[in-house]
Design a protein around this ligand. Structure first.
Ligand code: MG
Length: 408
């Protein structure tokens, strides 16, 4: 049964086919404050009735910058045909002298997602089908134990809390979780800190058994030496992956950690564009690559990075701690990408997460089904979204014991 909007879209499609041209008339941003980050949603509007697309380029602590970057890029795109996705990607990337960088590439990512959404809606097909069709019947999802919460647990020395929290994820149907038991570290760590991190991981493994996959995110807080120190105490726990063990731009160091430890290394959430991923892949510095569809250059670039990774037998697991549009985009890429491993989802950052969607996105269990609705399959309830306007993100400042700046 077609609803009024679907009929309008089909009528718009007929008009499009007859006129062979659709124009972008506006590119708007909608900022939604969701506690620790502002979701930056991008709406690309066309001259066809009811035909618009949503994307997301959330970039916490740089919200105003990325909103401005979308505005700058829109100058190039107004009046263009949104269905020429690759052509517009090239325009956004190459038609200004200054290219690349996290802010610009995030803005491009949001617009790119919205263009795919438009194309899918116009054709009446889900984006994953336009990417070649689903290559799997279901997509596995993983849960977070909660970074901030567990940081607190670490400081209070409550290793058992990790065990209690992992059981909560399992009850909800998840078979894989990610945790952050390794604290903001010194350049070389002491025995007490190392052993406490191992106790936290042991608590998770003891509580959950071997049926659940455990990933650790080090957030690049550690030097290569410290990452290896921690990792050597964790070899008995069969980690699913060990994420960002050192600065992502230090690719030789990542490779050094990868050679020293027996579990897969994951990295890539802070890299943008296929050119930044190339060195990581060529040096086999990881086993799992984590492009973020809201930063790396969008669905278009995420697919290219995944194909590059496939040639090195490296898996893909898109980074996604952001809002629901980013999640939807990542899920479509996941369903259409053969070397996709698992999808990160956030389910409980704010209780109204699904309220800003016209139809809720079901990521509450550990698995999701193939999307069937046109485009990205989501629409934003703008009135609900506007109830949560921009607020400046809380600054996260971390220092070593001696007062010098630390990575967090
Ligand atoms: Mg991470």
């Amino acid at each position: 049964m077609l609803d009024a909007m679907a009929i309008a879209r089909l009528q718009a499609r007929e008009v499009c086919c007859n006129q062979t041209f659709v124009k972008i008339t506006a590119i708007e941003t909608l900022v939604v404050n969701a506690r620790m980050r502002n979701w930056v949603l991008v709406k690309v509007v066309t001259d066809q009735p009811g035909l618009y697309g949503w994307g997301e380029c959330t970039l916490e602590w740089k919200t105003k910058s990325v909103v401005g970057a979308v505005e700058d890029l829109s100058v190039l795109l107004i009046g263009q045909d949104p269905r020429r996705i690759e052509h517009l990607w090239q325009i956004m990337h190459r038609q200004y002298f200054w290219r690349g960088g996290i802010t610009n590439m995030s803005a491009m990512s949001g617009i790119d997602q919205a263009l795919w959404d438009i194309k899918g809606k116009e054709l009446g097909r889900p984006v994953c089908e336009l990417l070649g069709g689903p290559v799997r019947e279901t997509l596995r999802l993983y849960d977070h134990l909660g970074g901030g919460l567990l940081e607190g647990m670490y400081r209070t020395g409550d290793a058992e809390a990790f065990g209690e929290r992992i059981l909560e994820s399992m009850v909800r149907g998840f078979t894989a979780v990610k945790a952050m038991p390794i604290p903001v570290a010194e350049m070389v760590e002491s025995a007490a800190v190392l052993k406490h991190a191992a106790k936290c991981v042991e608590a998770m493994r003891t509580a959950a058994g071997d049926e659940i996959d455990i990933m650790l995110d080090l957030h690049a807080r550690t030097t290569p030496a410290t990452a290896i120190q921690f990792g050597r105490l964790l070899t008995d726990y069969n980690l699913y992956w060990y994420e960002e063990p050192c600065w992502p731009e230090h690719v030789d160091a990542l490779a050094e950690v990868a050679r020293a430890l027996p579990f897969p290394i994951a990295t890539g959430e802070r890299l943008v564009g296929r050119w930044e991923f190339r060195e990581v892949l060529e040096k086999r510095a990881c086993s799992v690559i984590q492009p973020d569809i809201s930063h790396c250059g969008g669905i278009s670039e995420g697919r290219r990075i995944a194909a590059m990774a496939e040639t090195y037998s490296i898996s893909v697991a898109c980074h996604n701690p952001q809002g629901p549009v980013s999640t939807a985009s990542s899920i479509h890429v996941g369903f259409a990408t053969p070397n996709y491993l698992i999808q990160e989802v956030v389910r409980a950052d704010v209780p109204w997460r699904n309220d800003i969607l016209v139809e809720p996105l079901d990521v509450q269990q550990g698995i999701c089904q193939v999307p069937t609705a046109p485009g990205l399959g989501i629409d934003i309830n703008e009135a609900e979204a506007r109830k949560h306007p921009f607020e400046r993100e809380v600054t996260m400042a971390y220092f070593h014991k001696d007062g010098s700046v630390a990575d967090w």
